[in-house]
Write a protein of this length. Structure first.
Length: 433
């Protein structure tokens, strides 16, 4: 047990929807005193006697138990709403569990969402020292690593600029550099790395490998299965606030991806629960259809695939574009389909308020066999800001029955390891010897 640095024992987290505080001074003080004494909060225990009746309750985590040893790199995967971020917030002490306990051995540096832990009015330089102080480091220790942090973040030019003027990518660069270089015993990284560019993501993955190689522990949440396979030695699959599987990475990832085959070829939301990240647009449905217009999740490589999005525009202010990101089961981005490539009339023209349905046709004889996940998003043109994004919202499987006319021909063995597998045109000339 001496090697265990993270231990979660029967952790629950319950939220009461629509309630902020307990509405009485007595219960607020009671909750505060419980935290001071490191006792369970009687107002959040799952007993049904919390003093706020008639409110809808939501279990974000239910009986979560696991442990992580020193130097391990643990991947935590699962679909949106599985409880991954809630678990990391508890481990990072951003929030406390409603029941159960978490034990941590060593300093924890967390990268949960863009801007977390930064004071917007302070400069990048000042925030580096602020974060180091929060981790319990001396000013001298932080100063000794400052040049390394700035060099890694690649934002030397803006280090003395208030971070409120940083782009999301700049935030992530500096925040990750601080978290990784101030030598915490435990590094917790959420999906926030998806904000950075591809080269910086690779750089971060390399740094996390170095961190684990130095005997420090890394918890990594990502929708990028390729990154999880590359970095992690063990993975946990979460769903519905529970741990569904805890095993070697290939076993967990393959189970997670194959589970998508059994899901319907659509994801729908009603008006009150639709994904909404701005007051301008919301996604109402994402669907996968076959050539006959029916929902479908399994395709022969010779068939076209149709991706459909229904969305609402509430305010006529920006030109909006629909994007679909397609990834294979290793997390490689196969392609990005953007409607502005084929609808030039939309450029610079704000979308009128109303309901929209857009459908994208993916050509046959293009993808290799395997599972393909779809991330759907709405982007503001031409700023490139994502108004709404739904990661891995639907998925489909490409298969090859090896009938006449396919790219395989009579090749029955495993196809070479490639991202695409189009039918190509060949010309063969033969001359007698």
């Amino acid at each position: 047990m001496s090697g265990v640095v993270i231990s979660a024992e029967h952790v629950y987290k319950e939220y009461r929807l629509g309630v902020i505080g307990h509405r009485t001074l007595y219960r607020d003080v009671q909750s505060w005193w419980s935290r001071v004494r490191r006792k369970e909060d009687p107002n959040t225990l799952l007993t049904g006697n919390s003093g706020v009746r008639g409110k809808e309750r939501f279990l974000a985590l239910e009986d979560v138990s696991f442990s992580v040893n020193k130097g391990d790199v643990l991947g935590i995967i699962g679909r949106n709403g599985a409880g991954k971020s809630t678990l990391l917030k508890i481990l990072s002490k951003v929030t406390s569990p409603s029941r159960g306990q978490v034990k941590l051995k060593g300093r924890v540096a967390s990268l949960l969402e863009v801007g977390t832990g930064f004071h917007p009015e302070l400069t990048g330089r000042e925030n580096v020292f602020l974060n180091g102080a929060i981790l319990g480091m001396t000013k001298k220790e932080i100063a000794s690593r400052f040049d390394q942090i700035v060099a890694f973040s690649e934002i030397e030019k803006f280090i003395d600029t208030p971070v409120k003027r940083y782009s999301s990518g700049m935030y992530v660069r500096l925040a990750f550099a601080v978290a990784a270089h101030l030598e915490p015993e435990i590094l917790i990284v959420d999906e926030v790395l998806a904000v950075g560019d591809i080269e910086f993501q690779k750089k971060c993955l390399g740094k996390m490998k170095d961190v684990s190689g130095q005997g420090r522990t890394v918890l990594f949440v990502s929708h990028n299965m390729g990154a999880v396979k590359q970095l992690c030695s063990r993975a946990i699959l979460m769903g519905g606030g529970k741990i569904l599987m805890d095993d070697a990475v290939p076993v967990v990832v393959n189970h997670y991806l194959s589970a998508g085959e059994h899901q319907p070829g659509e994801a729908c939301w009603d008006e009150n629960k639709a994904p909404l990240m701005a007051e301008y647009a919301r996604i109402r449905a994402v669907r996968i259809r076959g050539a006959d217009g029916r929902l479908k999740t399994r395709f022969d490589v010779k068939e076209p695939v149709f991706l459909e999005m229904e969305y609402d525009v509430m305010k006529e202010k920006f030109p909006l574009n629909v994007h679909f990101y397609l990834k294979d089961d290793r997390g490689n981005t196969l392609m990005v389909a953007m409607d502005n490539n084929h609808t030039p009339y939309k450029r610079g023209i704000p979308n009128k308020a109303g309901k929209y349905t857009e459908c994208c046709r993916l050509a046959p004889d293009m993808f290799n066999e395997g599972s393909i996940t779809v991330t759907a998003l709405i982007c503001t043109n031409p700023t490139g800001i994502y108004n709404v994004i739904q990661n891995d919202v639907v998925s489909f499987m490409m298969t090859d029955d090896m009938q006449q006319g396919g790219v395989r021909g009579d090749w029955v063995r495993e196809w070479p390891d490639s991202l695409f597998r189009p039918v190509t045109s060949w010309e063969i000339k033969h001359t007698d010897a």
